[in-house]
Design a protein around this ligand. Structure first.
Ligand SMILES: [Zn+2]
Length: 280
């Protein structure tokens, strides 16, 4: 999976700006959607944007360049390996964001920025990069289609995998898109070397007494087990809310689920949600 997790929990984009970018990307995506994964190349073709996939050392993942009215996108295979990977698709969509978002394109045209070299997954990103990332996520996973794919399916690891296959995006970008669209209350926790780096929590998440940033991961959680013993789970784990939370109003029959994504030896992304018994 894509290890390029962005630190979305900090420096949030203003909501009106987000809504503008989401609307822009959604219109373009739905114009190109034909039941198959969105193809960033065909969107570029329609706009007369040329592109090349090549080896450009370690200089960037993708770049949008402007020369006297013409735009060109470079995708760096030295870093992204192959052209049809989730990361290469995401990078291409990100560069399209620099083209379609008026302020980005205009600053390039006016020479205020020489070009837009972009890197996937850096922790500290400037607002321009965050906007292009958000555009990419909305373009590759249009909300209307995403919601339809989730319809009447509970949140679980299989749904996340199915969405990643359907949209040909990374599992991590699916998780953030799911969170962004607020489809089911959840918590996303990034931990490193046994400590909590950051977390994102849905507003209507039932539990309120959450482990703090910088605190050790709870010992009895699946991620806690990983850092204590190295044990990795391929599937989501059933557990009790007090494995993670210190809330007082937990009922004895409540359960939660935790799915761990082991991004590296030292970094784990946990997705945690309350288990709901299915209605019949
Ligand atoms: Zn960029």
């Amino acid at each position: 999976m894509d290890v390029g997790i962005k630190k979305l929990s900090e420096n949030r984009m203003l909501s009106y700006r987000k809504a503008e970018i989401a609307d822009l990307a959604e219109v373009i995506a739905l114009n190109h959607f034909d039941g198959k994964p969105i193809c960033p190349e065909s969107i570029a073709d329609d706009q007369g944007i040329t592109y090349s996939y090549n080896h450009y050392k370690d200089c960037f993942d993708g770049m949008l360049e402007h020369h006297s009215g013409a735009f060109h996108i470079y995708i760096n295979l030295s870093r992204l390996k192959e052209r049809d990977t989730a990361r290469a698709r995401y990078t291409f969509a990100h560069e399209l964001g620099h083209y379609f978002i008026d302020e980005h394109r205009n600053s390039l045209k006016n020479g205020r920025t020489p070009s837009h070299p972009s890197f996937n997954g850096l922790v500290a990103k400037n607002p321009v990069e965050r906007e292009a990332d958000f555009f990419a996520s909305c373009l590759l996973m249009p909300s209307k289609v995403f919601r339809k794919q989730c319809f009447s399916r509970p949140l679980d690891a299989r749904l996340i995998d199915d969405l990643a296959k359907y949209f040909q995006t990374s599992v991590s970008s699916v998780i953030f898109r799911y969170f962004e669209l607020n489809l089911f209350p959840m918590m996303i926790v990034m931990s490193k070397n046994g400590l909590i780096e950051w977390k994102m929590v849905s507003e209507d998440f039932k539990y309120k007494y959450l482990p703090a940033k910088g605190a050790p991961v709870p010992k009895t959680s699946a991620v806690g087990e990983y850092f204590a013993t190295g044990k990795q789970y391929t599937d989501q784990q059933p557990m009790f809310p007090d494995d993670w939370f210190k809330d007082f109003n937990i009922e004895h029959n409540e359960q939660i689920r935790e799915k761990c994504y082991y991004l590296s030896n030292t970094t784990v992304l946990s997705v945690v949600w309350k288990h709901e018994k299915r209605m019949r």
